[in-house]
Design a protein around this ligand. Structure first.
Ligand SMILES: NC(=O)c1ccc[n+]([C@@H]2O[C@H](COP(=O)([O-])OP(=O)(O)OC[C@H]3O[C@@H](n4cnc5c(N)ncnc54)[C@H](OP(=O)(O)O)[C@@H]3O)[C@@H](O)[C@H]2O)c1
Length: 288
């Protein structure tokens, strides 16, 4: 039985992943939460990893408030960036394989909208969050054996996320303004768990893999789909990023194009669901 350590089990992805892997008889699954392990404490990380001696270490812990990263850069950088050096070192000490979850926000989004980012295109984050996660990628690569899975626009049953926010707002608003010029792939935690499970099974070549649901949209059309599937009548007013920034001057800049090409994932036999199908599945559970 392969031992797996899920770091960040108290998070939206970590909680679902831990539960799914625990139900798989092939794995002996361990967890840490922010209460039991601060990933910024190197010695604690090393002690915990040595104690468990896992085959895989999956890091789902992160500082994920994108706007908050702008004002709390040092903390965000410690958690998303520097801490990965601790985890990579601990990974090597027990000869484990590290799986680090990263983001589409490592790119600047300036790529022509007709094109998609491949794994080997140069990163150039524009936001504080993107910068900290990119440092995390560079540190994760210090592990001798690693997978970096870049995901995007993540939502799931266990955490605060865009879908829940829109549904909540729709309870009190007749119309909602949503950005229409940032392109990407909404991704359910369930779909990302399925990708991770296949990575664990197939053990493809180490490296970076773009790991989102299939297909692309913009936030305003994503919202329209959420409302359509949830039978909500609130109107979506598409606005530009510039208009949004005028309304919320302290908000972080986000890439206009964060379309991630998944050919590399396909080449190892992993085919994620379309984002609309994943959303429909999620809403079936969320609205029960
Ligand atoms: N959410 C998205 O839209 C999105 C998009 C792209 C990529 N990602 C990436 O996907 C992964 C999972 O995201 P998620 O949305 O599931 O995150 P999440 O729900 O915010 O969970 C992250 C967890 O990490 C914990 N944490 C924070 N600082 C820590 C520390 N020093 N030591 C240990 N744990 C710590 C958090 O605890 P507290 O809550 O108590 O701080 C939280 O429980 C992350 O790597 C994230 O960067 C997310």
């Amino acid at each position: 039985m392969k031992k797996i350590l899920v770091i960040g089990q108290d998070g939206m992805l970590g909680g679902e992943l831990y539960e799914r892997l625990s139900n798989n008889k092939e794995y002996d699954v361990y967890k840490t939460t922010i209460e039991t392990l601060d990933i910024c404490n190197k010695q604690d990380v090393i002690n915990e990893v040595k104690k468990i001696n896992p085959y895989y270490i999956i890091n789902c812990a992160a500082y994920t408030n994108v706007d908050g990263c702008e004002t709390n850069f040092d903390l965000a950088n410690s958690v998303n960036g520097i801490a990965l050096e601790n985890i990579a070192e601990a990974t090597n000490l027990v000869d484990a394989t590290l799986i680090q979850i990263s983001t589409d926000y490592v790119f600047d989004g300036k790529l022509d909208i007709s094109e998609e980012y491949t794994e080997d295109m140069p990163a150039n984050p524009v936001s504080a969050y993107g910068k900290t996660k990119y440092l995390g990628e560079q540190n994760a690569m210090k592990a001798n054996k690693y997978y970096i899975l870049r995901t995007a626009w993540l939502y799931g049953l266990r955490g605060k996320n865009f879908v829940k926010t829109m549904l909540k707002l729709s309870e009190t608003k007749d119309e909602i303004s949503v950005v229409n010029d940032q392109h990407g792939s909404p991704t359910s935690t369930t779909s990302l768990c399925e990708i991770i499970e296949q990575i664990l099974e197939k053990e493809p070549k180490y490296g970076i893999y773009h790991s989102t649901n299939e297909g692309f949209t913009v936030w305003s059309d994503f919202t329209k789909k959420i409302f359509e599937f949830a039978n909500v009548s609130t109107k979506v007013i598409p606005i530009t990023s510039k208009q949004y920034k005028e309304m919320y001057p302290n908000s972080s800049d986000r890439p206009a194009n964060s379309k991630l090409l998944k050919n590399k994932l396909h080449s190892v036999g992993i085919y994620p669901k379309n984002w609309e199908d994943a959303l429909k599945e999620y809403l079936k559970e969320e609205l029960k």
